[in-house]
Write a protein that binds this ligand. Sequence first.
Ligand code: PHB
Length: 389
Amino acid sequence: MKRRQIGTLALAASLLAIAPLTFAQNQGKLKVGFMLPATGTFASLGSAIENGFRLYVNEQGGKIAGREIEYVSVDDESDPSKATDNVNKLIKRDNVDVIIGTVHSGVAMAMAKAAKESGTLLIVPNAGANAVTGPMCAPNIFRSSFSNWQPGYAMGEIAAKKGHKKIVTITWKYAAGEESVKGFKDGFEQNGGTVIKDLNLPFPNVEFQALLTEIAALKPDAVFTFFAGGGAVKFVKDYSAAGLKKKIPLYGTGFLTDGTLEAQGSDADGLLTTLHYADNLNNKRDQSFRLAYAKTYKLQPDVYAVQGFDAAQMLSIGLNATKGDAKNITVFEQALRTAKIDSPRGVFTLSNSHNPIQDIYLRKVVGKENVMESIAHKALADPGLGCKM
Ligand code: PHB
């Protein structure tokens, strides 16, 4: 063997010896793919999620597990028919280490399918589609938000406790609306109530008039609804303008009044909703989060910002355990299974199917805030039906 070859071998051997120490540095940038709505009725929700995520990363000096971040983004338009193509841009074209998305349940289900097939890490920072942490669950798929069933179920219990017997539901006809209503029905009917009619319209339509006329004619004790984003703003205003607000109590999942109060004005006053966040929780983590968010973005945070922040936090917990390796799903998952996630919403843990086990709050709109009235259901876990891991 020639001298030069021996030298090269020795150099290679010494590089191998120090490799484990410098692994994180040698992995290069961590590629984070945002798949969120930048247009349409959920656009502001997508932007709050991204703001929350970036806030957490910036608080860590712009790095996660020692790796600098490179962001790439796709606007999913909350359009399920484009979802598979869109997620494959991130997986196949951009070769991202982790996908963060999305808001819309129908889009999220297509993303979960692609993530399961490719093994790419996916953290869902909003969409509640029960299937994502149910039949579609996988070791590499996590949620920092909620399942659609959770806030609906807690509101069903509350509505029954208030003595209502007959309720009409109204929502968009797609997974999030239907599963929120199913959760509500479970909580309400297990406690003696009856849902007398389910009304719906296609997503993202906001022509509510005919349905509001039907509600007036049915004269239920109360109405339960799931709407969010731009649709929630219009529904709350239309419900009030139709003269129903004074006559028939309106209950909803908290998306009805989160991130929407500026636009809803006094039409939202006094509304009761259930959600895993409120504006005055006053725990230490929440106080510093709200201060930092307001300072950075000149905006008040909402539940979507919290879910984005916690998605980054969960990514950080997992990657710290794998020393920055986004392919080591076994160790990543183990770290999250046992983690206590210190969220602005309060500390939460993950269920076996990777969905938050969390307190659901009853909130009341007072001025421009969703003020916590009580804990509607402590440590509520989604049943995770159909998840086999
Ligand atoms: C959903 O489609 O899962 C969804 C969308 C908006 C929300 C909540 C859930 O605010």
